[in-house]
Design a binder for this molecule. Structure first.
Ligand code: BGC
Length: 382
């Protein structure tokens, strides 16, 4: 029987089923797709990328967000290592940035304003006096358009942010491409162009818990950060402008350290952050070159995550504001049960001329890349 005839026969037998199937159909070889929910008239799709080792990333078009990411522990047991939700509702109810692509400007802009080419732009303050993560309706709360035709391992998402949206100048066309490779890495590539000069800073806000058990805190995870300096902050978490040496402080992760070991130390910076919520100045961050940023290891599950990036900074956020109560999601995800490693430009760069520039101009293309590599911890030598 011809394919067309089979389809006709099947649709006669199972009309509604096939209608649902046609929404979910993906070209041969492309990533699997299903409907995850709706936002007004927009359908939110969820795509599944997988590789031959069973690593599986589920990414939805709302916020171009990583919903789940399964990787093997040291015994090959697959578990989800990012915090997320099974339905769209908690995301729509406003859980904070779980797995999301954050923009137009990730992290904070002081006093929710900046000057550019002689004009002053006002943003909406949504974090005390500051703008956080693109404003009240940043890129994490938009439905992106997906193109998964390339292969079963890659997904390109596009969002066109109108000129003036959330106060930012210029129409910005942003792309995020996720690629899951057979070498067990998830590549996240960002690209953007604009019709007028604008600040741009895109990142991913996955909360990692490598144990695969989101009731366990992340304090036993071990972390290495390739940075000699960090950017200390004021009481509202805006950088003071200083690039401070990490040597001799609880911010020194140049050698692997247990996250919980110094998090409650008597340190003024840890007090303002209520733990770690700071930007590290990555070493050798000259130009757009991919280099080692961080290594996270969980001794219990034996999972290791290595982060490489082209970005100059890394925000390590130790889940200090998590409290087990998430809007619309019931009691889940307690204090410090997830941590973020947000590769980014430095916070408040539009107001800090000494920081690497985040201004994108018409004719230029913003390009950044972050690589997450998953591997088992080597068993200790006997
Ligand atoms: C920020 C935190 C904030 C969190 C919200 C992080 O990127 O640095 O201060 O509370 O995002 O999830």
């Amino acid at each position: 029987m011809q394919n067309a005839a089979i389809v006709t026969l099947l649709s006669a037998l199972a009309g509604p089923l096939l209608i649902a199937h046609s929404v979910c159909a993906a070209p041969a070889g492309a990533a699997r797709v299903a409907v995850f929910g709706h936002v007004d008239k927009d359908t939110v799709e969820i795509y599944t990328l997988s590789n031959a080792h069973g690593i599986e990333a589920r990414i939805m078009t709302y916020g171009a967000s990583i919903v789940s990411l399964k990787t093997p522990d040291r015994d090959g047991h697959l578990q989800n290592i990012v915090l997320g939700f099974d339905t769209l509702d908690p995301y729509l109810a406003g859980v904070p940035y779980y797995g999301a692509t954050v923009g137009r400007y990730a992290n904070r802009i002081a006093q929710a304003r900046f000057a550019l080419d002689g004009a002053t732009y006002s943003l909406v303050a949504n974090d005390g006096p500051n703008s956080l993560h693109g404003g009240p309706r940043g890129f994490d709360k938009r439905v992106w358009k997906a193109d998964a035709t390339a292969s079963r391992n890659s997904l390109k998402l596009t969002y066109v942010s109108a000129a003036g949206e959330e106060g930012y100048p210029g129409q910005l066309t942003a792309h995020v491409t996720y690629r899951l490779l057979e070498d067990d890495s998830l590549i996240i590539e960002y690209e953007a162009t604009t019709t007028a000069p604008t600040p741009v800073n895109l990142t991913n806000h996955a909360y990692f818990n490598l144990s695969g058990d989101p009731t366990r805190s992340i304090l036993e995870h071990k972390l290495t950060i390739n940075a000699d300096r960090f950017t200390p902050v004021d009481a509202t978490l805006i950088p003071t402008g200083e690039l401070r040496a990490v040597a001799g402080t609880p911010f020194d992760f140049r050698n692997e350290a247990v996250i919980g070991a110094r998090i409650d130390a008597d340190d003024a910076q840890l007090k303002v952050g209520r733990g770690y919520d700071h930007n590290w100045v990555l070493n050798a961050a000259q130009g757009n070159v991919l280099r080692f940023a961080a290594l996270l290891a969980d001794p219990v599950s034996g999972r290791v995550l290595e982060v490489r990036t082209t970005q100059p900074g890394l925000q390590f956020y130790s889940g200090n504001f998590m409290n087990g109560k998430q809007a619309g999601a019931g009691s889940v995800y307690g204090y410090r049960t997830g941590l973020c490693l947000e590769t980014q430009h430095f916070p408040d760069s539009p107001n800090q001329p000494a920081f690497p520039s985040t201004i994108l101009r018409p004719g230029e293309t913003y390009v950044q890349k972050t690589v997450l590599h998953f591997r088992p911890l080597k068993a200790p030598a006997n």
